[in-house]
Write a protein that binds this ligand. Structure first.
Ligand code: GMT
Length: 373
């Protein structure tokens, strides 16, 4: 049985979801999986004899102004590599996880291969910080293999960081058992959504990069033409500004702010359209989750979004900031039941054909096997 260590950000977020679901599926495929994280990954909700969890703990010595998390992580990684005799250490995010992994590989007396998966923010945000640019490049060049979640992200990484390393695209996936359309009409009553109202949904961590203002502007236009409700799920720094904008536009009765939610597939099951108006998005896992639940999507022409949405087939692609065009296309879909139904079925099919967990997990396994040959 091969042994793999996985490090990710354990809190809510696409990269944590992918890393955890990957670990859970590998554990079913005869891999012994060791999560090395600062807290229990939020999706690690199952008991499996092949899954272990090693917590990175920080010691607060008064001499340290800031507790050195990255070093504590490296020390824990080295300890687990040696004790458990890991074959692979798969880290999600170059910064800081790949750097800690490289240090751990040097420290440990047992040989291990490092796989780094790029998820975006390290490249598209931190990569533009001069201080971090060299560090991220170092993390990429010194990994044994590097993957990225879209071709868009590979291009951005190559163009911006000028790395020579081969970067393989391995797309994100969803857990199909959980993400599928369910009969949840009662939820509409619960949220006082009338049967004739269309439901538009946005799910994110409300960071500036998500351009929540454009989601609200798009919805405001839609709502002028057809009875509709906008559901917001998630929380983050831009939530307050979003609430103020909704109030200013007198849309309080049409917009439902739910905060962080766990059962996303249930909410998606009552949605007609998902909006993602981001200015950066390496993949947009929420789009794939929506597609799995047979929801049509509209997203911006950035990063990996055009690789996920098939423009004119499962949804539409618009320019960043073009709320006008987004609402025009949304109305085209929402006013035509047949078209909406066709897009939603094609969305599910596209997810099954291109982003199924079986396909993606076998790509990761092939990569691990190649490294261990
Ligand atoms: O979107 C975020 O702010 C969260 C971030 C994360 O760490 O989970 O998401 C990134 O990784 C996801 C999983 O690969 C991608 O689906 C998101 O597109 C990516 N976010 C950005 O590129 C902004």
């Amino acid at each position: 049985m091969k042994k793999i260590g996985i490090t990710c950000y354990p809190t809510v977020g696409g990269s944590g979801i992918i890393a955890t679901e990957l670990g859970k599926l590998l554990a079913q495929q005869n891999y012994e999986v060791h999560f090395i994280t600062s807290s229990l990954p939020f999706r690690l909700d199952c008991i499996n004899p092949n899954i272990y969890y090693h917590e990175v703990t920080l010691t607060h010595y008064p001499v340290f102004q800031y507790p050195p998390y990255d070093l504590a992580l490296a020390a824990k990684m080295a300890e687990v590599i040696e004790r458990e005799e890991l074959d692979i250490l798969h880290v999600h995010y170059a910064m800081p996880h790949a750097i800690s992994a490289i240090l751990a590989r040097d420290l440990a007396s047992h040989d291990v291969k490092i796989v780094t998966t790029l998820h975006g923010t390290d490249i598209t945000v931190l990569g533009f910080d001069k201080l971090f640019k060299r560090m991220i490049t170092y993390g990429i060049e010194n990994s044994d293999a590097v993957t990225a979640v879209s071709q868009g992200l590979v291009n951005q990484t190559k163009n911006h960081l000028h790395v020579k390393k081969d970067i393989e695209v391995i797309y994100n996936f969803v857990n199909e058992a959980d993400y599928q359309k369910k009969e949840r009409t009662f939820l509409k009553e619960h949220y006082q959504i009338k049967p004739n109202e269309k439901v538009i949904i946005h799910i994110s961590n409300f960071r500036k990069v998500k351009r929540i203002g454009d989601v609200i502007d798009t919805f405001a236009n839609i709502n002028q033409s057809i009875p509709s409700k906008l559901i917001f799920a998630g929380d983050g720094p831009e939530l307050q500004t979003a609430m103020e904008q909704v109030k200013k536009l007198q849309l309080e009765d049409q917009v439902i702010f739910l905060g962080k939610q766990k059962n996303i597939s249930e909410l998606l099951s009552i949605a007609d359209l998902k909006l993602l108006m981001s200015e950066q998005e390496s993949f947009g896992l929420v789009l794939l989750e929506a597609m799995a639940c047979e929801v049509a999507t509209i997203g911006t022409d950035v990063g990996g979004i055009p690789e996920v949405i098939k423009d004119g087939e499962t949804g539409y692609i618009v320019d960043v900031g073009d709320a006008e065009r987004a609402s025009e296309l949304a109305l085209r879909l929402l006013n035509d039941e047949e078209l909406l139904e066709r897009f939603s079925k094609q969305a599910r099919r596209r997810m099954e054909e291109n982003f199924s967990s079986d396909t993606i997990i076998s790509q990761y396994i092939q990569l691990y096997e190649r490294l261990l040959r």
